[in-house]
Design a protein around this ligand. Structure first.
Ligand code: SF4
Length: 293
């Protein structure tokens, strides 16, 4: 039987990532000297594509020059970044995803109204890698609690009276739901005010739902995306409940799968990617798979 590789219909760059990439390319055409401030999104293939067009990446504010045209990434930035650029007259385009801008505005307002902010998201205390969106959001309010796991709820100080919770856009829906349910019970039984906004990203959820449908029709799934991409990891974890699933970042990882005999001739292979993986990259991976087996 012929090997089939099926690409998930709803895969491809989410609108927030696409907007950042398109803007960076457009600005490079118009102004030249475009510099991305830190990794624009968690996908090396896309970043390398931008760099091949002459776009630079700088990872610290101190490295930016007055003649750089700076692109601020989709994950968002703390207020201090805007202040730094404005004070020095450095031109920039804010490509923070509109979903993230909304969260940052919300936590700022609620903080000003006297709520203690809780962010459900990756704080990185275990691996030293706080998610950049969580870092940015945490700076739009005063000393929020950042909760990644149910067990950390015990760190919340119940002497405070009003709490407002938001969720990292790409965080696991199931984990966030459990944390919210537990907090709701605890706060209510302690007479506290508790409000929350479901700020998980619907674009990410659409890729997951569509990938799960594909996973139910194939012999294995391959998820393509950055190893540091939260939404790619979450997608991988969601799919492995349905079928054998492998996460790869590039063709080298694909080759390792092949060497480990995970890609079998005559099987149906499903291919999908995180919100910052382009369709073009998936088509390239599909061609590689078909060449290998
Ligand atoms: S995953 Fe969602 S929140 Fe994140 S950049 Fe894409 S659209 Fe925006």
């Amino acid at each position: 039987m012929k090997t089939q590789v099926l690409i998930c219909e709803d895969s491809g760059l989410c609108y927030g990532a696409k907007r950042a990439v398109d803007n960076a390319l457009e600005c490079q055409k118009i102004y030249g000297n475009v510099t991305i401030f830190k990794q624009l999104l968690h996908n090396n293939y896309t970043i390398q594509n931008l760099i091949s067009k002459g776009i630079k990446q700088k990872d610290s504010l101190a490295l930016l020059n007055s003649d750089d045209f700076v692109i601020l990434r989709a994950h968002g930035e703390p207020p201090q970044t805007y202040q730094y650029l404005q004070e020095r007259g450095i031109k920039f385009l804010d490509c923070t995803c509109p979903n993230v801008l909304k969260i940052n505005k919300l936590v700022k307002e609620k903080d000003e109204q006297g709520y203690k902010i809780i962010i459900v998201g990756k704080h990185g205390l275990n691996d030293g890698q706080m998610h950049p969106e969580v870092y940015a959001t945490s700076k739009w309010c005063k000393e929020p609690y950042i909760i990644e796991d149910q067990q950390e709820i015990k760190n919340i100080n119940f002497r405070e009276n009003k709490f407002f919770l938001v969720i990292q856009t790409t965080f696991s829906n199931e984990k966030a739901d459990k944390i919210i349910q537990t907090l709701e019970k605890l706060f209510l039984s302690n007479g506290k005010i508790f409000e929350y906004a479901d700020t998980t990203c619907k674009a990410k959820n659409r890729i997951i739902d569509s990938s799960i449908k594909l996973a139910q029709k194939v012999d294995c799934m391959i998820v393509v995306g950055g190893k540091n991409s939260s939404n790619t990891i979450y997608l991988y974890q969601s799919l492995k409940k349905y079928v054998d699933t492998y996460q790869i970042e590039d063709e080298e990882d694909l080759y390792q799968l092949f060497c480990a005999n995970k890609l079998k001739k005559g099987k149906k292979i499903g291919l999908t990617g995180g919100a910052s993986t382009t369709k073009e990259e998936l088509v390239g991976i599909k061609q590689e798979i078909l060449k290998m087996i």
